[in-house]
Design a protein around this ligand. Structure first.
Ligand SMILES: Cc1cc2nc3c(=O)[nH]c(=O)nc-3n(C[C@H](O)[C@H](O)[C@H](O)COP(=O)(O)OP(=O)(O)OC[C@H]3O[C@@H](n4cnc5c(N)ncnc54)[C@H](O)[C@@H]3O)c2cc1C
Length: 384
């Protein structure tokens, strides 16, 4: 067991930070779709997309742990860059990489790694949030087409992405074994979307509508009995979002640490006060502990390529709580400045707040942890 970074890992993080300062930071302004595309292309040129994707498909080919270190580093620099590194390295890409046909992998993974296209992931429905397997969106194969009907909500990045990997029901048994996935182009007939709802972190979340939406059968990723398979790949995506929370918490901690050594009250630096010192110490303890749990979860992927569910859930719950507390303490250290939008900490708090909800809420992850440590099949479903 070695708890230190390798020289290669240090180099990866330094290179990512340097690329951000030289090539990416100058492109980041008020946001918007065009700016997003510029940043995405620049990240592709710098080799910062598709971190965990195979080199033969244009990816960087990093192991999961190194991928997470780069995501965290970039997210500490900018949530835009952390988000792009995350979404192009895990999630929908992971599902296509694991289960796609040769043609699908060639088209989508290569396009994503080149910064030419983006893919969202559509799971949540109005009536199926935590109870995701209760989804109603249906896909029916008719000849060489799939006809899709239903809707999704709270889907990220649809405005800047070209496709959605849509989780949907192929069979009619009502069981999770009906669930498969289709890659839906955003210009498919019968597809439409909302204009988006702004969330706490100023990002948009979209509703997707499928009204006899037609896509070729060649876009089917998995045509049933796939929920378990999709979720096992999704654990890498969960660790990617955990790393983004770590990046935000790291940035908040470093900001507050520096501020506490400059701001003076009572004719001394505020870091002279024990009340501030203990907050800084707690923040550092939580950040280190969250990182170690995340690295442990990522290291379980060494054998199979996929992280273990138990270690992933433990890292997710601990980090979601720790990151909120770290950002909250950072705001406290800055006083009223921390509470304004002139300083970056209110946004950092808003970013990590979502981490307790997306990718499975912390309550759902605690259910999954309990189920595994008790080794019992505990159902959440109410029996009629
Ligand atoms: C920033 C952000 C980005 C997102 N991006 C996407 C995306 O790209 N694609 C996508 O498909 N979805 C996305 N989501 C949606 C997300 O996956 C869901 O919000 C999440 O699964 C929870 O569902 P819900 O919001 O409907 O909450 P609900 O399921 O309604 O839960 C409400 C509350 O009840 C609790 N609860 C529910 N069931 C149980 C239980 N059995 N035991 C204990 N407590 C329980 C929950 O923990 C929660 O506190 C995103 C969400 C956010 C916030």
């Amino acid at each position: 067991m070695d708890f230190s970074y390798t020289s290669r890992q240090r180099e990866l993080m330094d290179t990512a930070r340097e690329a951000y300062t030289r090539k990416l930071e100058p492109l980041i302004g008020d946001g918007g779709v065009e700016e997003h595309y510029k940043v995405r292309r620049a990240m592709a040129e710098q080799g910062l997309l598709g971190l965990n994707m195979p080199t033969e498909l244009g990816g960087v080919g990093l192991p999961l742990l190194d991928t997470l270190l780069v995501i965290q580093t970039l997210h500490a620099c900018s949530p835009v860059c952390g988000g792009l590194a995350h979404r192009t390295s895990t999630g929908a890409c992971g599902a296509i990489e694991a289960y796609g046909t040769r043609e699908q992998r060639e088209k989508y993974i290569r396009g994503i790694c080149a910064g030419e296209l983006g893919i969202s992931i559509g799971i949540t429905e109005p009536g199926a949030g935590s109870a995701a397997t209760d989804m109603k969106t249906r896909a029916e194969i008719v000849g060489d087409e799939v006809i899709i009907n239903g809707s999704k909500q709270f889907v990220s990045s649809v405005d800047t992405n070209d496709y959605t990997v849509l989780y949907c029901r192929f069979g009619k048994t009502g069981r999770s074994s009906d669930i498969g996935a289709v890659i839906v182009p955003h210009d498919a007939p019968g597809f439409s979307r909302s204009n988006g709802t702004v969330n706490m972190a100023d990002d948009l979340l979209f509703e997707l509508y499928f009204d006899d939406c037609r896509v070729p059968t060649s876009n089917i990723l998995l045509d049933g009995s796939a929920f378990g398979k999709l979720i096992s790949v999704y654990n890498a995506e969960r660790l990617g979002s955990v790393s983004r929370m770590l990046g935000a918490a790291q940035a908040a901690y470093e900001y507050a640490l520096a501020y506490s050594q400059e701001r003076r009250q009572f004719n001394r630096e505020i870091c002279d006060f024990q009340g501030i010192q203990w907050m800084l110490a707690e923040m550092r303890i939580k950040l280190d502990a969250a990182q170690l749990l995340t690295y442990r979860a990522a290291s379980t992927a060494e054998a199979t390529g996929l992280p273990e569910a138990l270690e992933t859930s433990i890292a997710k719950v601990f980090t979601a709580n720790a990151a909120k507390e770290i950002c909250d303490d950072a705001i406290q250290i800055l006083g009223a400045n921390g509470y304004t939008k002139e300083y970056p900490l209110a946004h950092r708090y808003a970013e990590v707040r979502g981490g307790s909800i997306y990718g499975g809420t912390v309550q759902i992850h605690k259910n999954m942890i309990a189920k595994r440590i008790l080794d019992r099949n505990i159902s959440q479903w109410k029996k009629d």
